[in-house]
Ligand binder design. Structure first.
Ligand code: LLP
Length: 416
């Protein structure tokens, strides 16, 4: 459930008519509901309440400062994948000790930055990374807390671009290599073993792949404990899907319940790294219809948001609901492809959508809070959209629309 609903034919974000936000801040813009972010974070936190746990929101889904701030105030931890995300978490008031640092390509500079900040755990994805991390930590006279991210070779049954736990993916360490690597890690001077991590993919819509992965990881957990290798936590990753159209993903409590049941008394702190399930339905993208254009084959609604603002349809063929912000319009119903101004035929937000719209109407693209603004770009020299957060009756601009000057920042002409 989210807090975007129609009242008297007008889409509201919590208690604010979104048309009021458009009047103040223009389009395209992203609008987030603070209550929805809070509700979704708490759904995970409460689902794990019976055990020692930490919900580490996956920053990549939506890294905007005010979003991170809302979650930090609720006590959230964070899953990061870059030094940039670390800076954002700290600037938003997040606690470095509650940060896990994932990713296959951590640079030496990022490792140093994270060690100095005191992050809670490095999720290490290869032997080479393990050696580099030990060397850098030892040079700083520190011990880096580590978990090995294992690759359980499980099919998460999602889009191939966002499946990460199959053996052909670049992620994690294969199961058979994990135990020798843990022994290696135990003997390296700059490391301290903290846990085991696993993440199988994103927009996962069934429990079974999570449980299959967990079963494989638990074999390793038991083996390491038998060998006297000490560690305290199990990070089961993120990946829980959301509803874009007709999907019926398990709830956070169903996922957490199934995970906890599988632990069968093993004493482990549980970490989870949800991104989409917290932020996805907490955001919409608002865009204005510029032109309606009909060809013998198609009707196009040309809007002022494009693939640079929301890449998911173009990149993954993803489906997002597109609805008029004001339901009452005299315009005739037609089937439209909703497209942006970018010069690519792949620049579409939705295809074959039945809409009753006229130029100037505003549309809401739903479930855009995760991997929406975060994946936006300046392609076609388009300034990135504004972001607004709603809290009850109030709304606040949390990121100004980029200006044309912003687009030129940092560039220089060839001298002479
Ligand atoms: N942990 C790790 C190690 C990850 O790689 C990811 C996502 C997450 C957690 C969070 O997954 P989530 O709970 O959000 O599913 N841009 C794509 C999604 C890419 C996901 C990458 N990794 C999309 O728009 O569908």
């Amino acid at each position: 459930m989210d807090h975007f609903e129609y009242r008297n034919g007008e889409l509201h974000a919590e208690n604010v008519p979104v048309s009021e936000i458009v009047r103040r801040h223009g389009t395209p813009c992203y609008v987030y509901s603070r209550a929805t972010l809070t509700r979704h974070y708490q759904a995970f936190d409460r689902a794990l309440a019976g055990v020692d746990h930490l919900v580490c929101y996956a920053v990549k889904a939506n890294a905007s400062l005010a979003v991170l701030q809302v979650l930090a105030r609720l006590g959230s931890g964070f899953d990061i994948v870059s030094g940039g995300e670390l800076v954002r978490v700290l600037r938003a008031g997040g606690d470095a000790r509650k940060v896990v640092f994932s990713g296959v390509g951590k640079t030496a500079a990022e490792m140093k930055q994270a060690l100095v900040a005191g992050v809670g755990c490095f999720n290490v994805e290869s032997e080479a990374e393990l050696l580099r991390l030990s060397e850098i930590a030892a040079g700083l006279r520190k011990r880096a807390p580590v978990a090995l991210r294992v690759n359980p070779d499980v099919d998460p049954k999602t889009h191939p671009y966002i499946a990460t736990g199959l053996k052909q993916n670049k992620f994690g360490v294969e199961m058979s290599a994990a135990e020798p690597l843990y022994r290696r890690a135990r003997d390296l001077p700059g490391l301290e073993i903290a846990g085991i991590a696993c993440h199988i993919g994103s927009q996962v819509l069934e429990l079974q792949p999570f449980l299959d992965a967990l079963d494989r990881v638990l074999v390793l957990v038991d083996r390491l404990r038998d060998r006297g290798i000490p560690f305290t936590h199990l990070d089961v990753g993120g990946g829980l899907g959301v509803r874009y159209q007709e999907e019926n993903p398990p709830s956070p409590s169903e996922l957490a319940g199934a995970v906890l049941a599988r632990l069968a008394g093993r004493k482990l702190k549980i970490l989870m790294e949800p991104g989409r399930a917290i932020a996805g339905n907490a955001g919409v993208l608002l865009t204005r219809v510029e032109y309606l254009k009909s060809t013998p084959d198609k009707n196009f609604a040309i809007v002022d948001a494009a693939m640079n603002d929301l890449l998911r349809p173009a990149l993954y063929d993803a489906w997002h609901a597109i609805l008029p912000v004001t339901e009452t319009t005299a315009a005739p119903k037609r089937v439209y492809d909703v497209v942006g101004p970018v010069c690519e035929s792949g620049d579409w937000l939705g295809r074959d959508r039945e809409l009753a719209i006229a130029p100037g109407d505003v549309l809401a693209v739903r479930t855009a809070g995760a991997y929406g603004f975060a994946m936006s770009s300046n392609y076609n020299a388009r300034p990135r959209a504004a972001e607004i957060m709603v809290d009850g009756k109030q709304f606040h601009l949390i990121r100004a629309r980029e200006s044309l000057d912003d687009l030129l920042r940092g560039e220089t002409l060839w001298p002479g």
